[in-house]
Design a protein around this ligand. Structure first.
Ligand SMILES: *Cc1c(COP(=O)(O)O)cnc(C)c1O
Length: 390
């Protein structure tokens, strides 16, 4: 085949929303002007609305990890006892950040593919006194697992600890009731369900978290929550903002508002369900015990390196899917469905997967996986109000 469109099917970066890309071309403006202050203010307000929280929402020019770093360096002090839930590469990132800042981290470690349960956190909180924070992922992108964030809120919010949620692939793929569930800091990143390129991190900050800010003694400079809040209220960022990305974010947020955040979540969940059904139909095994809707991690068939599937997607179809990270490399492959993915993408991905498996000696009856996606679509489309099928 001579024409191959490039397709980004990874859980970050994700497919880009075209009007957001077009909006980036208007970045020949100065950030200390009324025009840009209006853009910035409106992006912050829309972000807050999409996240459906009354907490403060702050933006940073950084990849998602920047906001993770900020949450630790602004809210804690060296030696603070914290609980870190770790069941994948991003849980390990929390452990590393906590260590870098000298926190006393109790790590609740689970096997890759598993999650830490709210009961385990509750038990640790009962056993240990003076815990200042609990860190977790809403969606552990490296394994495809989803944590019970609501359950964690129930356990952590009555305690004295802050609940810090890396929701970088959780936002837009699962319900997250920030205020009601007692989520003190909820972190997002631009290149996931927000459909724009990497480079923006953001987080919500609860009133309880602001109290921690007042007593935190860890050093920080570039990422200063209070400074960012003060400037944000005036439509300014503390440092030169990533203007082009903020223009893009503005356009993407308008689209997300038009679709509705609950429907964006439902979209990801439907595509995830379709992917799981197809994978099961093909006789393959899911990696996560509690699979989420941002990405589906699948074990490669016995005797096949998952890298072969990843490489074949690129060579045959110009499509980039994700391999496993760390020790999961070669064992699993990951197909994303967060943000700007639609059902036609899933038809194509599963059809491509069937072709690749077949070409590499795994017995496949063509169309079996695709039919599972079609069946799910047919049921969902019937359930959908006619007006929603624009
Ligand atoms: C993508 C991602 C991050 C952030 O990674 P960056 O490379 O810093 O953007 C953090 N946590 C999770 C769960 C992610 O999916």
């Amino acid at each position: 085949m001579y024409i191959k469109k490039q397709r980004l099917l990874t859980p970050g970066p994700t497919p880009l929303y075209p009007p957001a890309l077009h909006a980036m071309m208007a970045s020949d403006l100065h950030h200390r002007t009324e025009d840009f202050r209006n853009v910035y203010k409106s992006a912050l307000a829309d972000l807050k609305e999409v996240m459906a929280t009354t907490h403060d929402v702050l933006l940073f020019a950084a990849s998602g990890t920047g906001a993770m770093d900020a949450a630790v360096s602004n809210l804690f002090s060296a030696g603070d006892k914290v609980i870190v839930c770790s069941a994948g590469k991003f849980g390990e990132r929390w452990v590393e950040i906590a260590k870098a800042y000298g926190l006393n981290a109790i790590v609740l470690q689970k096997e890759y593919g598993d999650v830490v349960s709210p009961d385990e956190v509750a038990e640790t909180l009962r056993r240990e006194s003076g815990v200042k924070g609990v860190f977790l992922q809403a969606s552990e992108t490296s394994t495809g697992a989803a944590f019970d964030v609501e359950g964690m809120g129930r356990v952590v919010s009555p305690s004295g600890a802050l609940l810090i949620v890396d929701a970088i692939t959780g936002l837009g793929t699962m319900p997250l009731e920030i205020d009601e569930w007692g989520l003190d800091v909820v972190i997002g990143g631009s290149q996931k369900a927000f459909m724009i390129p990497p480079g923006l991190a953001f987080c919500s900050v609860s009133p309880k978290a602001w109290k921690f800010y007042e007593t935190s003694t860890l050093p920080h400079f570039y990422f200063d929550l209070k400074k960012e809040k003060k400037n944000g209220d005036k439509g300014e960022s503390s440092w030169t903002p990533a203007t082009s990305l903020i223009l893009a974010l503005g356009a993407a947020l308008k689209y997300i508002q038009q679709v509705g955040m609950p429907r964006l979540v439902e979209n990801a969940q439907l595509l995830a369900r379709a992917t799981r059904a197809a994978v099961r139909e093909l006789g393959l095994e899911l990696f996560a015990r509690r699979p989420g809707a941002s990405v589906t991690a699948v074990r490669a068939p016995a005797g096949m390196d998952s890298g072969v599937i990843v490489k074949e997607f690129r060579n045959r179809f110009g499509a980039i899917i994700a391999n496993g990270q760390g020790t999961m490399k070669g064992q699993i492959f990951r197909m994303a469905h967060l943000g700007y993915f639609d059902i036609a993408d899933m038809f194509a991905i599963i059809a491509g997967l069937e072709v690749i498996l077949h070409a590499n000696g795994y017995p496949v009856e063509f169309g079996r996986g695709v039919a599972a996606v079609q069946r799910l679509y047919a049921e969902a489309a019937v359930a959908e109000p006619a007006g929603a099928r624009a």
